[in-house]
Design a protein around this ligand. Sequence first.
Ligand SMILES: [Zn+2]
Length: 304
Amino acid sequence: MLSRWLIPLLIALAGAPLARAGDFLQPLAPGVYVHYGRHADIDSPDRADSANLGVVVGARCVAVIDTGGAVATGEALRAAIRALTNVPVCYVINTHVHFDHVLGNAAFVADGAEFIGQAHLPEEVAASRDFFLENFAHELGEPPSAEKVVAATRTVSDVLSLDLGDRELRLVAAPRAHSVTDLMVLDERSGTLFAGDLLFRERLPIIDGSLKGWLEWLADASATPYARVVPGHGPVDEAWPAGAAPERAYLEALLREIRAGIAAGMTLEEAQDKVGLDALAGWQLTGRAHRLNVSRAYRELEWE
Ligand SMILES: [Zn+2]
């Protein structure tokens, strides 16, 4: 008899703290949230909010994983966290150097958060500052300044554990793959891996590191049984490694077809027009990204 009213009540109570996250953050597991970015190219106004962002709430500390492509996106993330909990944001972790993951960092400076990234991140952010200021002034707010591009002050060259109070995050530096600054973040309690742009879903992967390194990472990571994997772009994979299959198929097609093309004397320009076209089926934002990928992969493979 009790269950008739007790069960709906328990469901309502259990749902209540999650519902307070509003629309900006979606709950994945207790204390684990994602904000889904929109699929937007670099010349779209939506570029400021085009990457997935993560939040892990512990008893002592909140950790933020990526901050979006604009200070305003970082501020929206910060407001969504404040609506969720009073626990301070102690750590802001960047999964890599690209603008859509780091330009919101400035929103967390006043909180005294520690900024953490892979060992190469500080030098790569420093090298990108002028580019960001020139091309993303609007995203850096009023007035735009190079100081608003906030770099990591603590780096990870191998593995780093962060204690959030009652839960630990395990940060693992990746070798050259999507970029030269990739860092994975595992919430040990829920088994949630934040893969950054090591995993793309729906939106075509972009190679800014190493095609071969990325395929090696995929082989290693696919053998690890994560409860779920949050990609840098696209929906969370709750059936890992199933969600990585399209990315692997695309990257393998590039490797296979560019190797064959180089062996047959194909030029880079010919490769950009001909290689990997079948593998583009089902992907979004393919035009510019695919030509860039072929060019980077060609340069990597032509000397092997
Ligand atoms: Zn990226």
